[in-house]
Ligand binder design. Structure first.
Ligand code: ADP
Length: 170
């Protein structure tokens, strides 16, 4: 059985992530989506929210499961005996970063191979950070994230806008 991990922040999940999962679910027997919990990173959505969104979006896939993890991804691979780590690549800049990351991971665990998969052209520009900024400014994100994620994003951005900053309270 060929088992693969797909690690990421997924803050929030986008149509680009989902496209990678959909395509890989036809290649691998099982996929574990591993949501990173890094206490040193500032996420827009909590680990539980990101987990909830992914669970809901992936419920139709019998061979995909979702996990939260706060340690090295290669350690998760060992835990579940996964041999492959999936990484999506958009532009060349992504590749440079992903290539270095794969070298680092290889140094930690040679049993896990990195599998690079190019984005579908229609998702080339999708990046969680840019989508959040677009949502904050009231832009149309309906083609970039599923409707349930778009709703959550709008609510989160609205709440952030309505919360007075110390300067605006004065
Ligand atoms: P971000 O989406 O902010 O780049 P993530 O950590 O959530 O960051 O991404 C997890 C993985 O998914 C990474 O390998 C990343 O390159 C890949 N990925 C993200 N967006 C896309 C996309 N639109 N198309 C293909 N792969 C993507």
């Amino acid at each position: 059985m060929l088992r693969a991990l797909y690690p990421g922040s997924f803050d929030p999940p986008t149509n680009g992530h989902l496209n990678i999962i959909q395509r890989c679910s036809q290649i691998f027997d099982a996929i574990d989506v591993v949501i990173a919990m890094n206490p040193h990173k500032n996420y827009t959505f909590s680990a539980e929210e990101r987990y909830e969104m992914m669970q809901e979006l992936l419920s139709e896939y019998a061979n995909v499961s979702v996990h939260l993890w706060d340690r090295l991804v290669v350690d998760f691979a060992d835990k579940v005996s996964a041999r492959v780590m999936i990484r999506g690549v958009r532009a060349l800049g992504d590749f440079e970063y992903e290539f270095e990351l794969s070298m680092l991971n290889r140094g930690l665990n040679t049993k896990v191979e990195t599998f690079f998969i190019p984005t579908d052209p229609q998702y080339f520009v999708l990046r969680s950070t840019a989508i959040k900024e677009l949502a904050r400014l009231g832009g149309d994100i309906s083609t970039m994230v599923p409707p349930s994620v778009a709703d959550r994003l709008r609510n989160t951005m609205r709440t952030a806008k309505d919360t007075p900053t110390p300067a605006s309270k004065a």
